[in-house]
Design a binder for this molecule. Structure first.
Ligand code: GLA
Length: 759
């Protein structure tokens, strides 16, 4: 809900449990006043401290700069006196930077307008695909009349989830071209109370989404991606935490960017205990020439506040993504359980080998075969050839894709296919025809990475070629799913297409190109399920989620590594978005041996699939797969798609074990996944206090066992941890949450158990 107080010139934005207040100071500066738990009053301008030194410019013009440097601004401009991180910077035809934004007008529009060319949240009502929610959008227009710059700052407070979506439009209303050198998406100035921490997610290949907490300092803390994608090394997300905030308690301000390219988040406390958080496209690689009459749209930023710790923040963001951001028709639909051939065969496969895998997979109830890298071009038997040649390699894929699909249909399976559209190999027909389509700096040979170059997405001919060639493949056989990969960062970023004064637009245009192609594919093939991927999880972000309801989380499928990767991913993204597969053992990346059941349970907290050569598994393991798939489809998948997520324990923090829960929205059903690290001698059973249950309901507790014989002995379970005599017991939700359950210690490294609770 948006409340405008015309007299006081304040705006109050309310979500179910939070309020956000801003207002005009000195009649013209848009200042931030309050963000936190719901409050009743909207006129709180006293919080801006405008009556304290240095006072407002109309009272004390001699200290206007001092005012601009301390006023909590909603959208601070660079160059005229605010020396904190600014949100916008514009260079005029004289090459000078600096602007001052003052209030021009406001309007409130019904619903949530889309952002042209960019992914953005929408106002569907929770649980009802067809009905729009009753949210409105506040558009406040600021201007710098001297430069002819107009800026709309947009705010959509959602009425069913504690999120405020923000975005920015910059218009050139003048007569001269302007160069935008910084257009961030959001700024939040909050009063510091001491001891605040910043939480961010860093990582690298095979170690994505690692949680890091550090003190907020007067020197500033930064989160940034400079590789042309949101990247392994930093998530487009940051959270400001009150001292000692945990999963269950504390105040959390979270800021997330709905964007998939270079980004910057910055947090710094000033000498007056005010903390400024900003986030947006990284200014380092950004400039945009804005001609008179043109507009520039910055990506959306998502804001949420929780006064019940990080767990509540996670559930808010999960609900928001599932209801208001993921646009795929698959978001709540049962996704296919798939088998992917990458770690089964790497490049060494033929259609016949794929069908052998599919035959075994179909017996286990697996729904889809995903043919990974290697099916296209003339020479894709190693990473060095054929990227860009998106036509089937008939030598490897005898009979083509239509034949493969027809054979899969006989097995009641569908076909999925891997693409890496942004890339080009030197050994490809495409490179031979269009060497100028490569990103390159004049006179310099670009750096190869994984033996490949990056295509110039600022060139519309490149985008057209990719849409046409991918769509031709999709029309040649009814492909149900594509895995869109991206296996190297952008370097040597120069375009043969753009003029000199627009070269710094390439980074953002690259991201716009990806969005354009995925948008077109989804419009032309509305049933298509896209799984985004980038060398594992290097582009797992809210921007890509708009197009693909699931994203490959990491090439590392070892459940012990995944425990850390999943904890970070689940912190901000729904588990239904998290691509996770059962790998072979020992794991190809870590060399670690992990019991089959642990590999299965770990992958079940996610989209679930297999990535091993099922034809090489011993018979008893193949039999277990049938039970795993059946359990996933019946019990796990509904909880993964729609349930609430609770983090109980963290292997990252305690070094010994990990535990998480999924609880159905109606609280009638739940699962608890417990994972033990190394077996330790002489320890007691672990006490787990459950969360999210209905205190008054009775729940029957069952340990999930696969491979049980007629006497109840399970080949998969035998020596594992058991529920201290509680298997089959019935207990109330309050007992389970306050007294807890016991998981006995297992004398096997990396053992796990899954507990199913049903009311
Ligand atoms: C990336 C992906 C893998 C696989 C390979 C294929 O590394 O993350 O899952 O698709 O590319 O080359």
């Amino acid at each position: 809900m948006i409340t405008y107080n015309r007299e006081a010139k304040t705006w109050k934005l309310d979500t179910p449990h939070t309020s956000y207040v801003m207002g005009l100071v000195d009649g013209k500066y848009l200042a931030h006043i309050y963000y936190g738990a719901s409050i009743s009053d909207g006129n709180l301008t006293y919080l801006v401290r405008a009556n304290e030194n240095p006072f407002v410019p109309s009272q004390n013009p001699a200290e206007k700069q001092g005012f601009l440097d301390v006023c909590p601004m909603e959208y601070p401009a660079c160059g005229t006196g605010d020396f904190r991180q600014g949100a916008i910077s514009v260079e005029n035809v004289c090459g000078q930077e600096g602007l001052e934004l003052v209030y021009k007008c406001q309007m409130i529009v019904a619903g949530k307008p889309p952002i042209p060319g960019l992914p953005a949240s929408f106002d569907t009502k929770a649980g009802d695909e067809k009905q729009a929610s009753s949210c409105d959008t506040l558009v406040i227009t600021l201007e710098d009349p001297l430069l002819g710059v107009e800026v709309d700052v947009l705010y959509t407070p959602f009425d069913d989830v504690d999120v405020i979506a923000r975005s920015v439009v910059v218009r050139n209303k003048g007569r001269e071209p302007l160069h935008l050198t910084r257009v961030l998406s959001a700024c939040l100035d909050v009063g510091g109370e001491g001891g605040e921490e910043l939480l961010t997610l860093y990582g690298t290949w095979a170690r994505e989404h690692q949680i890091e907490r550090r003190p907020v300092t007067h020197g500033g803390e930064v989160v940034e991606a400079l590789r042309g994608e949101s990247g392994h090394d930093s998530q487009p997300f940051m959270a400001l935490l009150s001292e000692h905030a945990s999963y269950e308690s504390g105040r959390v301000y979270a800021l997330q960017l709905v964007y998939s390219g270079d980004l910057m988040g910055h947090v710094k406390e000033n000498a007056f205990d005010s903390i400024r958080m900003v986030m947006g496209i990284h200014p380092e690689h950004f400039a945009w020439k804005l001609m008179p009459g043109e507009a520039f749209y910055a990506p959306e930023a998502v804001l949420t506040f929780s006064d019940q710790g990080l767990g509540n923040m996670s559930r808010t963001l999960h609900d928001f993504d599932r209801t208001h951001l993921i646009r795929s028709k698959w978001k709540f639909a049962k996704r296919p359980v798939l088998i992917n051939n990458w770690e089964a065969t790497y490049f060494d496969f033929t259609a016949e080998k794929l069908l052998q895998i599919a035959q075994e997979a179909s017996k286990a109830g697996i729904d889809m075969l995903v043919c990974d890298d290697g099916w296209f071009g003339h020479n894709r038997n190693q990473p060095s050839g054929s990227l860009g040649d998106w036509f089937v390699n008939e030598a490897k894929m005898e009979g083509g894709l239509a034949h493969l699909d027809a054979e899969l249909r006989k097995l009641h399976m569908r076909l999925g296919l891997w693409f890496e559209p942004e890339m080009i190999s030197v050994d490809s027909d495409l490179y031979r025809a269009h060497p100028d389509w490569v990103l390159q700096l004049k006179g310099r040979t670009p750096s190869l990475c994984r033996d490949q170059y990056v295509l110039d997405f600022s060139n519309p001919a490149v985008i057209r070629y990719l849409i046409d060639s991918i769509e031709k493949v999709l029309r040649s056989a009814p492909i149900a799913y594509i895995k869109w990969d991206m296996n190297r960062p952008l370097s040597d970023v120069g375009s043969n297409y753009l003029p000199a004064d627009q070269q710094k637009e390439i980074w953002h245009r690259h991201v716009l190109g990806i969005y354009k192609i995925q948008e077109t594919l989804l419009c032309d093939f509305p049933d298509l399920l896209i799984e985004n991927c980038s060398s594992g999880g290097a582009r797992f972000d809210a921007g890509m989620l708009y197009y693909s309801p699931q994203i490959w989380c990491s090439d590392d499928m070892d459940p012990i590594e995944r425990a850390m990767i999943h904890e970070g991913t689940e912190l901000i993204y729904p588990v239904s978005a998290m691509g996770s597969h059962i790998c072979k053992t020992p794991n190809d990346i870590t060399g670690r041996n992990v019991p089959f059941r642990t590999r299965a349970f770990s992958a079940m907290i996610g989209t679930f699939g297999y990535e091993l050569d099922i034809t090489k598994l011993p018979g008893e393991e193949r039999a277990l797969i049938r039970e795993q798939v059946a359990f996933y489809k019946k019990v796990m998948q509904p909880l993964v798609l729609e349930g609430d997520y609770y983090r109980l324990e963290s292997l990252r923090i305690n070094g010994a074990f990990d535990a998480q829960m999924l609880v159905s929205k109606n609280k009638r059903e739940a699962v608890v996944f417990f994972l033990q690290g190394l077996a330790r001698p002489n320890t007691k059973s672990r006490l787990l206090r459950l969360q999210g249950l209905d205190p008054l309901r009775n729940y029957r507790i069952e340990e999930v066992k696969f491979g049980s014989d007629s006497e109840g002995n399970s080949s998969d379970w035998m020596d594992g941890p058991v529920l201290g005599g509680m298997d089959g017991a019935v207990l109330t939700g309050d007992t389970l949450m306050h007294a807890g359950i016991l998981i006995e210690h297992a004398r096997i490294d990396f053992w796990s158990t899954m507990v199913h609770l049903k009311s």
